[in-house]
Design a protein around this ligand. Sequence first.
Ligand code: ZN
Ligand code: ZN
Length: 379
Amino acid sequence: MIKADEEQRKTVSVYAVRIARLREKLAAAGLDALLVTRPENRRYLSGHRSPDPSSATTAGWLLVGPARAMLLTDCIEYEAARQQVRPLEVVQAKISLREAMAEALLSYRRVGFEESHLVFGTYRFLAEKTQGEVELVPVPGMVEELRIIKDESEHAAIRKAAALTDQALAHVLAGMRPGTTEREVAWGLECWMREHGAEGMAFRPIVASGPNAALPHAGASERPIAAGDPVVIDIGARLDGYCGDLTRSFCLRKAGPRYLEVYRAVGEAQQAALSTMRAGVSGKEIDTIARERLMAAGYGEAFGHSLGHGVGLVVHEGPRLAQTSTDVLAEGMVVTVEPGVYLPGWGGVRTEDLVIVRKDGVEVLSGALKEPVIKGVEA
Ligand code: ZN
Ligand code: ZN
């Protein structure tokens, strides 16, 4: 019991720290409060785990001011929120959520709202109800800026999601045989992850074979996978809200010389990037290192996307490892490193690892084997 109490105190303090850091940002931006409508941001600040049923229906909104932080919900979510949201005040809207929020906004003068995560109809309603009293200010990504550096509890959750993702891949690859369709492989991966504790998928699994492997974000089709086909599998489990993200590429049973050459080039580009990563290095620098390697190997044109992205409560978040990135790596960030080569009509290779940025390097979380050829089940 004592241990459970301690755990609970720790959890409460995590959210209290996050709210305190948000308040510093609010003060610096000259805002009296922030209206938080993005579900992942709500979860990050309050611990309220319910997702939003749809973009027009919410499981609750947060309003964080200098002294008061409250979660406003309806009667459906109230009890669950009251149990999950320990450090915050939980308020049940009597008539409608929008009415109650408009009333709560009137305690402030300048209130920020999440410009990419507030439905226009709701914005218009709140603006009309508070006209002349409250200035509603669009804010691009204040909570996202806090989320970019992960704490120990987040590292633990991501580590678990990454391990589960590794295990799912190992399990399914061991059972693969020529003739299995992409969709069967994707379902096998999803089933395994769900049966072993995943609360869902971090994103729609990609299983792309043959020419489909030349499409970086292919889904999974009815195409049967033949021996010798290039295959790209990109998957991630979601656990305790946090995402895994892993890509492995291989040929089933046998690989031609061209495949092995492309595979080696991608692997070397990834290794070059990984070995230069540490706190203080910019996202652009790391992308450049991998890109130059692939250019030197003759595949510069075939690497169209950026090298990597942050992973947390959302599978694509900051920082970005890209030519257009202004982010600088800092201790505690969690990012992917995923160079790829895509040759239309032929296929592609992408290798993706998930890492935690440390002071002097990175801690690689992905443990899945990197092999250009896998055997699968002997037919
Ligand atoms: Zn991925
Ligand atoms: Zn990724």
